[in-house]
Design a protein around this ligand. Structure first.
Ligand code: GLU
Length: 489
C-alpha cells in the first residue's frame, strides 16, 4: 500500500501551533515511508471563511518547510515561490460532492430534507425541555418520492441527510485502539447543505477516498466525527483509511491550550524570532519522544524515528521555557554569517540600519545567550549607545573604587598602545590583555570585571575581550573613558 497523508485545515485565519504538529506528523509518516503528503483546504463552511487565510497558511507552511508533495501548481494570487505546489481546495470541487450525496439517496442511505431552520430550532427546544437527546425527528424520511420530486422541482430549499443505519460502529485508532459507538447516539447527519456546499463529514470522506489517503492523522477533537465517517465509507463500499487521533496540547495548568492568536499562531512565533527548525523539533515532541535522553532532533532524525504507535494518549503540556531553550540551542548552531541573514528582517522591521560588520560581530559574541532572533533589536542598542548603569557595579567584589579606577585606566592605556592588528581577532585581544595582567602582577577579576561592566553596562554579558572586539577600538576607549569619569565623580 502506498502511504498517502494529508493536512486538511479550514481557512479560519492562521496556523495554530497544534495544527503544525498535526501537519508535521503527516509529513513525517509520508517521508519516512516514501509516500506522498498533500494539503487540502476545507473551506466548505462559508460562515467561517476568512479571506487571505489560505495565502497566509501556505506561506507559513512553506516557511517551516512543510510544503505538499502533490497538488495543483500555484498560480496567480497564492504563489509563494514559482513552481510550488498548491493545495486541493474543496470549494472548487462542489459538483463532485453532490454526485456522491445523490448516489446515497439513490441507494436509500440518504434523503432530502425540506425542514426549515425555524422548525429545527423549535424541535430542538422542545427536546431540550423534555430532556431528550436533540436529534432530527426524521419527518422528511417519510416523504413520498413524488412529493420530494415536486418540491425539488419547485426549488424548495433543502439539504441531504444521511439515514443513520441501526447497530453500532467501531474503528481501530492507531493511537487509542478500538473505539465503538452506538449508531442510535448519532443524528441523521446533513451531508449537503442548502447553500449547495457539502458538510465537512461528506467532503472529508469523499476527498480522502478520491485522494487515496492511507492514514488520517488529526487532532483528538475529531474522534467523535470518525464513526460518522466510518459509516459513510461503509455505505459507499470503500475501505476506510487508518485513523490516528493526536492528544490535546495543554497549558501548564492542564487546561486546553489557548486559542488566542497571539499565543498560538505559528506565524507569530516566527515573527517573534523562533526558528522553524526549533518549532518543528518542539512540536514534534508534544506527544512523542523517540529517545528518553535526547531533546534535539533534526527533521531527518524525526522522520526516521517517527512511529504512530509510540504517540501518547494523554495530553502534552506546552512548555514555553523549553521552547525558548530549544530555540537558543538552534541559534547557537548557526554560523555568525547565517545569523546575520536571519536577524536582518528584525532590524529592518524595527527601522534600524546597522553596519553589517557590527551585526556580524554582535551575532558572533551574543549567540550563546540569545533565545530569540528578535532580541537583536535591543542588543544592537547596547553596542551603539553608551550604556547607563550604577558606577558601583564597576567595583569587583574583592576590590574598591581605587582598584576599579586604576584597572580601567590601565586597560585603556594598554589598549591604546597596542598594534591595531589585534582588533581583527578576539583571540589576539584576549592574549594581549592576559599578558598585560600577568606582566603587571594583577588579578584577572580586578581588571576584567570593571572592563566588562564598562563596555556592557551589564553584570552578565559576553567576555570583555568579545565585547571589545565587537565594539572596536574607538568605542571601547570611549566606554572606558566614560566609566572612569562615572566612578571618579
Ligand atoms: N478541516 C478540519 C480542520 O479544520 C480537518 C479535520 C480532518 O483532518 O479531518 O481541522
Amino acid at each position: 500500500m502506498s502511504i498517502r497523508t494529508r493536512f486538511a485545515p479550514s481557512p479560519t485565519g492562521y496556523l495554530h501551533i497544534g495544527s503544525l504538529r498535526t501537519c508535521l506528523y503527516n509529513v513525517l509518516l509520508a517521508r519516512q515511508q516514501g509516500g506522498t503528503f498533500l494539503l487540502r483546504i476545507e473551506d466548505t463552511d462559508r460562515e467561517r471563511y476568512v479571506p487571505g487565510a489560505v495565502e497566509s497558511l501556505l506561506s507559513t507552511l512553506f516557511r517551516v518547510g512543510l510544503a505538499p508533495d502533490e497538488g495543483p501548481k500555484l498560480e496567480g494570487g497564492v504563489v509563494v515561490q514559482s513552481g510550488d505546489l498548491g493545495p486541493y481546495i474543496q470549494s472548487e470541487r462542489l459538483p463532485l460532492y453532490l454526485e456522491y450525496a445523490e448516489s446515497l439517496v439513490a441507494q436509500g442511505s440518504a434523503y432530502y430534507c425540506f425542514c426549515s431552520s425555524e422548525r429545527l430550532d423549535s424541535l430542538r427546544k422542545q427536546q431540550e425541555i423534555a430532556k431528550l437527546p436533540t436529534k432530527y425527528d426524521r419527518r422528511c424520511l417519510s416523504l413520498s418520492k413524488e412529493e420530494t420530486s415536486l418540491r425539488l422541482s419547485a426549488n424548495e430549499p433543502h439539504v441531504i441527510r444521511l439515514r443513520m443505519p441501526d447497530g453500532e460502529t467501531s474503528f481501530d485508532d492507531a493511537i487509542r485502539g478500538q473505539i465503538t459507538i452506538q449508531n442510535a447516539e448519532i443524528d441523521d447527519q446533513v451531508l449537503m447543505k442548502s447553500d449547495g456546499f457539502p458538510t465537512y463529514h461528506l467532503a472529508v470522506v469523499v476527498d480522502d477516498h478520491l485522494m487515496k489517503i492511507s492514514h488520517v492523522i488529526r487532532g483528538e477533537e475529531w474522534i467523535s466525527s470518525t464513526p460518522k465517517h466510518v459509516i459513510l465509507y461503509r455505505l459507499f463500499g470503500w475501505d476506510a483509511p487508518v485513523f490516528a487521533h493526536l492528544p490535546l496540547i495543554l497549558n501548564p495548568d492542564k487546561s486546553k491550550l489557548s486559542k488566542r492568536q497571539g499565543d498560538v499562531a505559528v506565524e507569530d512565533f516566527l515573527d517573534k524570532g523562533y526558528l522553524p527548525e526549533a518549532l518543528i523539533n518542539f512540536v514534534a515532541l508534544l506527544g512523542f519522544n523517540p529517545k528518553a535522553d535526547q531533546e534535539l532532533y533534526s527533521i531527518n532524525e524525526l522522520t526516521e524515528a517517527f512511529d504512530l504507535s509510540k504517540i501518547n494518549k494523554s495530553g502534552a503540556v506546552f512548555d514555553t521555557a523549553k521552547l525558548d531553550w530549544m530555540n537558543g540551542q538552534y541559534i547557537m548552531k548557526k554560523t555568525p554569517e547565517e545569523l546575520v541573514g536571519l536577524v536582518m528582517p528584525f532590524l529592518e522591521r524595527a527601522g534600524k540600519s546597522v553596519e553589517p560588520m557590527l551585526i556580524k560581530r554582535i551575532c558572533s559574541v551574543e549567540r550563546p545567550r540569545m533565545t530569540r532572533l528578535s532580541e537583536i533589536v535591543d542588543l544592537v542598542d547596547g553596542y551603539r549607545v553608551l550604556p547607563t548603569f550604577d558606577p558601583q557595579l564597576l567595583i569587583w567584589k574583592k576590590a574598591d573604587v581605587n582598584d576599579a579606577l586604576r584597572s580601567l585606566k590601565g586597560v585603556r592605556g594598554h589598549l591604546t598602545s597596542m598594534d591595531p592588528k589585534i582588533w581583527e581577532d578576539v583571540g589576539l585581544i584576549e592574549a594581549s590583555l592576559k599578558e598585560y595582567i600577568e606582566a603587571n602582577g594583577l588579578q584577572n577579576g580586578n581588571v576584567l570585571w570593571p572592563m566588562r561592566v564598562a563596555l556592557s553596562g551589564r553584570s552578565s554579558s559576553p567576555s570583555p575581550f568579545e565585547l571589545a572586539w565587537a565594539l572596536g577600538l574607538e568605542e571601547t576607549l570611549r566606554r572606558l573613558e566614560s566609566a572612569v569619569n562615572a566612578i571618579s565623580s
